[in-house]
Write a protein that binds this ligand. Sequence first.
Ligand code: NAD
Length: 371
Amino acid sequence: MELFETVHQSGHEQIVFCHDADSGLKAIIAIHDTTLGPALGGLRMWPYKTEEAALNDALRLSRGMTYKAAVSGLNLGGGKSVIIADPRKDKSEALFRSFGRFVETLQGRYITAEDVGINVSDMEYVLQETDHVVGIPESLGGSGDPSPFTAFGTLQGIRACLRQQFDDETLSHYSFAIQGVGHVGYHLARMLREQDAKVFVSDIHQDNVDRCVNELGCEAVPADEIYDVDADVFAPSALGAILNEDTLPRMKFRIVCGSANNQLATEAIGDELHARGVLYAPDYAVNAGGLMNVYLELEGYNADKANHMVKGIYQNILNILKKAEAEGLPTYKAADLLAEQRIAQMARLRPARTGSFRRHRLDSRRLNGRH
Ligand code: NAD
């Protein structure tokens, strides 16, 4: 792999290779773009088969964070970090504190959070070495579980899509198929049922399905049959790449709007959805509620403010859909263009935000009695 060529191609500002022989840490911090503010993105721990696979994951995910923050109107850049190790075997206090020290050396250019393979107790070790961590529990001065906010944001996206596609956003007039009723999917099902919508649910864990059926009155669908359901809206809330050549021909949905990351297997699938008249709400704009929630930790967290901000996803999605319609573009492309446009406009004003975020952060903690 030609390292600098790879980084040049992906447009990244900085890649930090973190190595600490004593703790066994092998990590990569990828900072994609800090034009809009400090690069924020989670830490993933995964037993990558090769170092190249780890680097590619960090590059891809951090770039996605840049676009998500930009299109959502947040003053954040995109970053992500990965630790190459097995989360079931290789965790230790020394490993996470060592990682925290590397984050600290970046002095706020990168802010970390939990991602796949990382839990709260791991983050408590990271927090001992750096303040540049968000998404931590309320008991530690953080904002807690972001899933209800992500679900609420997804609901705003769904309403915007209904407005655009049918000019009527009364949820009870439509049927919904939710793939995956874990943290986000469950809350989405609950909110839709509260509005008397018809909701089909699938999950590979039967207890998750049962909870939705018994508690909320949803209808269960076998996991591999969710694509065939005759519903108006498909809400992917589990895996990536589920919009692909195999699933597309099976779908009768008029709208796809869900929280799952990287739903399109390829851009060509996004083009195909567009050609078929299926309204696809770009995933990174739909699922930004969780990011908005942790963003507010930097200013001093306030749940009312978070709700207000997440409500704005309605207008964000509508703007994307209107641009796509006006310019005859697939929606994923319209979202990318809006994100790139905002970054380009702000590049000239490039504010030195990192210092002020850090001050806010420390101030809010002092107010919470943590210092
Ligand atoms: P989760 O792990 O709690 O829930 C995912 C659910 O999907 C689980 O119940 C799992 O059993 C189920 N599932 C897995 N494979 C499936 C399949 N083939 N068919 C049906 N169900 C399947 O995760 P989550 O936090 O609810 O996140 C859901 C999606 O939203 C993920 O793609 C995540 O990256 C994305 N997302 C989540 C947040 C958040 O705030 N949690 C924020 C942004 C994006």
